[in-house]
Design a protein around this ligand. Sequence first.
Ligand code: UD1
Length: 366
Amino acid sequence: MRERRIVHVVGARPNFMKIAPVLEACGRHPTLRSILVHTGQHYDERMSRLFFDELGIPRPDVDLEVGSASHARQTAMILERFEPVLLERRPDLVVVVGDVNSTIACGLAAVKLGIPVAHVEAGLRSFDRTMPEEINRILTDAISDLLFVSEPSGVENLAREGADPAKVHLVGNVMIDTLLAHRERARSSRVLEDLGLEPGRYAVLTVHRPANVDDPESLRGVLEPIVELAGRIPVVFPVHPRSREALARAGWAPEPSSGLVLVEPLGYLDFLRLMMDARIVATDSGGIQEETTILGVPCVTLRDNTERPITLTRGTNRLGGTKPEGIRRAIAGALDAPAARPEPVPLWDGRAAVRIAEILARWARD
Ligand code: UD1
């Protein structure tokens, strides 16, 4: 049987936990040969290399080293640098994950060369076109030949947009594969001891979306209710580089006695441990809404919408919006609610990547 070459693409932090189980599962199929390309969209040790080490991801075969730039320039640089890799390596398929600029750029370069594209985490829609990720999702799905979907809303969205049902596979959530695989290891992280935190008696904040951080007024609006929460229990805030710059621009720093503790971005295991034992998590990340759902930890999403509605209907997530009043109300509601006993989410069982690899192996035989 002919071997099929698959180029897997990663670029930004949330891509790493998604590709890790896919690479591992593909590695068990002798007909599939994997090549890993890192675009270099994220490049800091704490935003990239640390995750490769912790998750056992092999070193990339190719690093495009694009770094940070405006959307147009970053996307263009990835397109320009990825095309020669495709011409040289001649893969049979390109796998892209998530919704970052690397996802659409690499998918577009491939499809223009007639190379089929598989999109992992297809079909998610926030219906908010001001989010750069929403544009990346819509465009990537439109050019993909295989659409691997994590939750039923994704199947509905793709059907409404006219996707060929034969391309659509509801496989579950690869990010949850990684969470379940590393949950036990994360228990030995010493992050709580290092930060002087007691299990169940602290909160976690992450905020990095341009809509929340880039404008100083918006940033202050999001932080106001968080500072109030920090008056009751410590709030740990691992600060994304974009937010670090935004805080500096806004001239904002918490009072040392406020209970809001700013730390550097954390590795996967430390952050997982931090989430596992948190009383509540406030975030504008997509993946964290899913992870807290599986961990049974209350989550307040600092956005008006979510492309992951199953975390609202079956999980522990609630939308707080981006204004102080709504966030305050959502935090109070989450703290007052009885201890969460989330319903299991169908197919978020640790085997999504195995299903993907089986579909790819079948596709390779045809
Ligand atoms: C990107 C994704 C976003 C994802 C996020 C996760 C897009 C459009 N956005 O946003 O969907 O949720 O990653 O982190 O793809 N920087 C560093 N070091 C790094 C990377 C970035 O200092 O390793 C700084 C740079 O100043 C850069 C800024 O952070 O300008 C933003 O980085 P960028 O990759 O443009 O977007 P993110 O906000 O990280």
